[in-house]
Structure formats: C-alpha cells, structure tokens
Design a protein around this ligand. Structure first.
Ligand SMILES: Cc1ncc(COP(=O)(O)O)c(C=O)c1O
Length: 413
C-alpha cells in the first residue's frame, strides 16, 4: 500500500481507518482477467436484481421533466419513500413510526451514524467474533476498543458476555450485533439470548445496535422477533436496515429506526456526511414499494437462495467433506467453512486466498472477519450470488487450490 507522503498534516484518526478487505475484494476481482467464481462479496444474485421493474419505474418517475427527482431531498428521507416504507413495515417485526425513521445511504451509513453518536475514543464496544468487520472498523474509526464475543449456532454467546465484560474491567458503551443470519457465520440468535442481551444492555446502559440486513431473507425455519420488536421502543435499541440485500446494493438506500429523541442528532450527523440519500435511488425504491413488488420479490429470492445454499452444501460435501465442516443457515447469504487443521496441515485461509484466486475462485478469509484476526482456518462463502452450476465449479476449484497449497507445504507461489 502506498503511504501518504511524510509531512502531510493528516489527522490522527486517519490511522484508525483500517479499511475493509471485504469491500476491497471488489476492485481486486475487477483487476483479474481470468474466469473467477466469486464467493467473496455479499451481493444478491445478479439474476434476482429486478432490473425490468426498476427500469419501468425509472421510465415513469425519473424521465423528462422530473427535475424534482434529481433535487436534494429532506435529510430524514424523501417523504414518499418514508410513507411507503412505513406502510411496508406495518404489521411486521420492524413496524415503526415516522418520528423514529431516518433514511440512510445504505446500512453502512446507519452504522456510521450510530457509532458516531455513541462512541468516544477509548469506549468499549462489544462485537461478535466473527463479525462483519466493516461494522467493527467503523467503531474503531471513532476510537472504540473492541471486545470480541464468540458466536455459535445460536448467535452471539450472550452467556459469556458478563464474564468477558468483567475481565475487561469496564462496561460497554455499545453492543454491536447482527442477530439474524449473521454475517459471516449465518447463525441466528435464539429468542432467549435476544431477551438476555436486551437485559444486559439495559443493565449496563449500553446502546444495542441491531444490524439486520438479511432478516427478510428467511428460506427455512421459523421467524424470530427482531430486537427492534422485543425492545418495544426502548431508546437503547437502534436498528439498522438496508435495501441492499433485498433489492440491490448499488442503490445505497437503507434506514435507521431509533428513539424519536435521536432523530435530530441523526439528521445533524447525516448532514455532515451527505445532506441526503441519493434522490433518484430513493424514488426507485419508493416505486418498488408502492407498486407492491417487495413481497413477491422476496418470495422468489428466498426460494432461489435456498436452492443455492443446498447446491453449495452438496458441492462442499462432495469436494471438501473430508477436510472441512460448515454452517447450515436458515436464510441470508453466507456459509462459514472451517478447515480441519490436522487434515490440511494447519493451512491458513489468508495464504490460500492467492492460490485460490489463481485457480479461479474467490472467498473472504476468516481473519478478515475478526478484528483481532482470529479464524486462520476458516473462510466465508457467499452462496447467494452464484448459480448452483457455477457454485459447484467454484468449490471444485477451491479444493484444487487447497490440495496444491498443501502439496507446496502451505506456502503460496
Ligand atoms: C451485517 C451487515 N451490515 C451492514 C451491511 C452494509 O449494508 P449496505 O451495503 O447497505 O451499506 C452489510 C453488507 O454486507 C452487512 O452484511
């Protein structure tokens, strides 16, 4: 990486901006000229982006004379989108009211706003381990000290939290969780743990960031109420949502649901970032919701993602069954694969990445999903963006890369 020239008067906080290996994989993959099956980014399947519907909405709402759709909008969100979203959420676990709703530029901005308003340098922030490191990196950008809490099949192991906090010697200011179809493990936090986590947040007076971009993408099992619903309007629960996974990530439209008293601080914080979310994109989402496309779209997406998950698991069974195990999520985008250290000679997935890329397959190595760089022997695979046929090919390439790295004694070329 090129360092900024010495003598540039950079702010100390620039040091705390560690970047995202996940996001950087997009440009890395763009630079490759050979065929790559990418399991790296958490993107919806290209086929499930509703381009035809969006094109129709664009033609009717963003065409000639629609200057208003290209103007600034209110910082809290374009009124028609706010109205359509409130109607869409009515009767769901995320039902809310206008005074709690702020439209954001994707889920990432929701996280940035939350950490910006609640984290001072040196504050303790609880994160899951593994976690979505774009979220933990955002906390670090505001000077947070992170406390990693293990995740198992039932989500964050909340039972361990009191002991870990006691050992840290101070209570957390913020708890950051991805409770449903967690990124990267795919795990869903059980109802009892959700209650327990809420109780702990109240006990410590900690903000609970409920980051749930995948909850509507359940293709198996029973719904679990969101922390938003279980919190019953508790000001300590701040919920971050996004249209990225359920419509398209390039829209960069999401929302935050927070106590009404937080709306003004959220607006002020957002005004120092971007004034408002992208207006044409807000209008596209509005049309999509108003015309009733979301529910049928979610149904077909869920069906397809279940098919893709099963196909990837079958391919893993066939090609990696003797050297790895993996999770079995009931929704969302990801499988978390753990290599058997003995069978693979302690192979590190970060080392594997380059060999795998040369072999034509990409994934996110485990250490990129833990602020402390744990999970050397694990990797995240996104099953959602790849067809079953390509997925099989990708897993086969992954096995070839593993075998070739083992044959070379665990070092890449
Ligand atoms: C857990 C989690 N939170 C937030 C985001 C960010 O969402 P957006 O792309 O809308 O900024 C993602 C995207 O991968 C995610 O997985």
């Amino acid at each position: 990486m090129v360092q900024p020239p010495a003598g540039l008067p950079m702010a100390a906080r620039a040091e705390d901006l560690i970047g995202s290996i996940i996001d950087s994989s997009t440009s890395l993959l763009n630079e490759q000229s050979h065929d790559i099956v990418s399991f790296a980014m958490g993107s919806p399947a290209p086929e499930s982006v509703p381009t035809d519907v969006l094109a129709d909405i664009q033609a009717t709402t963003l065409g000639a004379g629609a200057a208003e759709a290209f103007n600034y909008s209110a910082t809290e969100g374009d009124p028609p989108l706010r109205e359509a979203l409130l109607k869409t959420l009515a009767g769901t676990s995320d039902e809310t009211t206008g005074d709690r709703l702020t439209i954001t530029s994707g889920g990432m901005q929701g996280l940035d706003l939350a950490f910006k308003l609640f984290v001072d340098p040196g504050d303790l922030v609880v994160v899951e381990s593994p976690t979505y490191t774009n979220g933990s990196a955002t906390a670090m950008a505001y000077g947070a000290n992170l406390l990693e809490v293990p995740v198992d099949d039932g989500g964050m192991v909340v039972e361990q939290l009191p002991d870990l906090v006691e050992r840290a010697g101070r209570t957390p200011k913020v708890i950051y969780t991805i409770p449903t179809f967690q990124n990267p493990s795919g795990a869903t936090m059980s109802l009892s743990r959700r209650h327990e986590l809420l109780e702990l947040a109240r006990h410590w007076g900690a903000l609970l960031i409920d980051d749930d971009p995948y909850g509507l993408l359940r293709f198996e099992g029973q719904n679990v109420p969101t922390l938003r619903e279980l919190g019953g309007g508790d000001p300590l629960v701040l919920s971050v949502r996004t249209f990225s996974k359920i419509i398209a990530p390039g829209l960069r439209v999401g929302w935050v649901d927070a106590d009404p008293a937080l709306q003004q601080p959220l607006i002020h914080a957002k005004q120092t970032m971007d004034t408002c979310a992208n207006m044409p994109a807000q209008r596209l989402v509005t049309g999509f919701l108003e015309q009733g496309h979301l529910q049928p779209h979610l149904r077909t997406q869920c069906e397809e993602y279940r098919r893709r998950k099963v196909a990837m698991q079958q391919a893993l069974d066939e090609h990696l069954g003797d050297i790895a195990r993996w999770t079995d999520p009931e929704g969302g985008f990801f499988l978390w694969v753990t290599l058997d250290s003995e069978a693979t000679g302690g192979l590190h997935t970060q080392e594997l990445f380059e060999t795998a890329l040369a072999e034509g397959v990409a994934f996110i190595p485990g250490p990129a999903l833990s602020p402390a760089g744990h999970f050397d022997n694990a990797l995240r695979l996104c099953f959602a963006s790849t067809s079953p046929e390509r997925s099989k090919e990708g897993v086969l390439r992954l096995r070839r890369a593993i075998d070739s790295l083992i044959a070379r004694g665990g070092r890449h070329a």
